[in-house]
Design a protein around this ligand. Structure first.
Ligand code: DC
Length: 227
């Protein structure tokens, strides 16, 4: 039987700054779906750990933190480029979690199997409600392997570093392109070689390299897939 309804669970995976967030938000807006960037959960745990001077190499402590942390994701309350509000308790940490210190440490935290299990369970529960665009690294492979549509959005490290640089400077913050590129390559390496849920495309994912395709074309082709 052919399905005339649009895909209900859309999994969007790929490396940092490959354009997943821009694409995911646009898709979610167009389809009237929830946009859920799962990376914010790993960032939130890392941010809390840094705030409390926890030892990030202490897997048991960080895992316990992930199991009890109350992270709230809500629709954006400000029009400042955010896709959603990220709250820890009452505190809005949406931009704090995008800082260099979190960038430098989040890969370590997201490699811990207990952390991944705790956060993946929450992500899966939300994703299974349907009408959702889930963005991450392992949505199509681990969190929601039953997703209707799986897209793996890729781009070269240089192109992604350029985008991240533009994003940071557009907010009025200072940035160093070479440093961003170096950290991007390091993070790719940790994310794709970790033992649990490494960054890789699902076997049934549509792989799109956005180096030479503009964001509008990527959007149009993925929207077509969803319909
Ligand atoms: O997409 P991002 O840069 O905000 O992700 C932050 C980190 O979280 C990144 O190093 C990879 C990790 N992550 C993950 O391991 N699994 C996900 N589903 C989402 C993010």
């Amino acid at each position: 039987m052919t399905k005339n309804i649009p895909a209900s669970i859309i999994a969007l995976d790929g490396p940092a700054a490959s354009g997943k967030t821009t694409l995911g938000r646009r898709l979610a807006d167009t389809l009237g779906y929830l946009f859920f960037d799962t990376g914010v959960m790993y960032r939130a745990i890392t941010w809390i750990a840094l705030q409390h001077d926890m030892d990030l190499r202490d897997e048991a402590t960080i895992t316990a933190l992930a199991q009890k942390a109350q992270i709230d994701i809500r629709p954006p309350s400000k029009n400042d480029g955010r896709g959603c509000d990220v709250l820890i308790g009452d505190k809005d940490v949406t931009w704090d979690m995008r800082g260099d210190d979190v960038d430098a440490n989040v890969s370590v935290v997201s490699a811990y199997s207990g952390v991944r299990q705790a956060l993946s369970e929450q992500q899966r529960r939300i994703g299974l409600r349907g009408k959702v665009v889930m963005v991450g690294r392992d949505i199509g492979t681990v969190v929601l392997p039953e997703a209707d549509i799986k897209v793996y959005l890729d781009a070269s490290a240089e192109e992604r570093a350029k985008r991240r640089y533009n994003e940071v400077t557009a907010r009025g913050d200072k940035a160093d392109y070479d440093e961003i590129l170096k950290k991007m390559i390091e993070r790719d390496h940790v994310d794709s070689t970790r033992a649990v849920a490494p960054l890789r495309p699902a076997e049934d994912a549509v792989i799109i390299n956005s180096d030479k395709i503009d964001a509008d074309k990527v959007f149009e082709s993925v929207l077509e897939l969803c319909k």
